[in-house]
Design a protein around this ligand. Structure first.
Ligand SMILES: *[C@@H]1O[C@H](CO)[C@@H](O)[C@H](O)[C@H]1NC(C)=O
Ligand SMILES: CC(=O)N[C@H]1CO[C@H](CO)[C@@H](O)[C@@H]1O
Length: 224
């Protein structure tokens, strides 16, 4: 039977929303696996609108749902309508939208809070024994919400290849287990049905990010 997967978006663009290539990779791999996909995003203002040429906020206001509709080619549903019983799994691509809109990680790091709607949904999928797939920075949602879970955000030692390795240290401080994985691999926390891959936390060629997201999608569907 085809697996029904909810994909949760947080805007459109790496510095203020969902990372576009990660979202696209998730959608391609889900499509190839024959999954039935519905995309969701919260109806709220973004924390920032960033000029991606300069990497600086512009002061404009944009709505997370409207921006996510760019990735979804218009087919995106209000996150408040996500009914967990209608899905077999949920996947949350990365990008700063996760750290700025789905949570305030970008400002508060380990003391961040999660958007209540997202908190409720992640906990509901987990409680129902339905798998969650996450990549890049989105595993921090699981780290905050599922005590003692296992995730990867790549490697834990900073170097040119792993510019954001410090995140792994924060993951450990929060009591989760961090597992070093290369960009083309995913970590499966079987007990929590949680599948994570580092994606653009690694300074890697884009096809390797695409392949790693593919492993995350495949392993998530296997648990569904
Ligand atoms: C999305 O859902 C929220 C909560 O029910 C509601 O306040 C908001 O108006 C909805 N947005 C749209 C575009 O329907
Ligand atoms: C505009 C804005 O800052 N929106 C929200 C982004 O997400 C954080 C975390 O939930 C909220 O606190 C912000 O209000």
């Amino acid at each position: 039977m085809e697996k029904r997967v909810a994909v949760i978006l947080s805007g459109c663009g790496v510095y203020d929303g969902t990372e576009i290539h990660e979202a696209s990779a998730v959608l391609v791999h889900l499509s190839r696996a024959g999954a039935k996909v519905q995309m969701f995003a919260p109806d709220m203002d973004q924390m920032h609108v960033v000029n991606h040429c300069e990497g600086k906020p512009t002061g404009e206001k944009r709505n997370v749902l409207h921006e996510s509709a760019r990735i979804a080619r218009g087919e995106v549903t209000n996150l408040s309508k996500l009914d967990v019983s209608a899905f077999d799994a949920a996947i949350i691509p990365g990008g700063f939208g996760v750290a700025k809109n789905l949570s305030d990680w970008a400002v508060k790091s380990k003391d961040c809070t999660i958007l209540p709607e997202v908190e409720k949904l992640v906990k509901a999928f987990h409680k129902a024994g339905k798998p969650l797939g996450m990549c890049c920075i989105s595993p921090i949602l699981a780290v905050k919400l599922l005590p003692g879970c296992e995730v990867t955000v790549g490697h834990d030692t900073e170097c040119e290849k792993w510019p954001y390795a410090g995140t792994a240290g924060v993951v450990k401080e929060l009591g989760a287990k961090h597992v070093n994985k290369d960009v083309e691999a995913a970590h499966v926390d079987v007990k929590n049905k949680l599948v994570t891959t580092c994606a653009f936390m690694c300074n890697a060629p884009i096809h390797k990010v695409f392949d790693g997201v593919g492993v995350m999608v495949k392993e998530t569907l296997k648990l569904a």
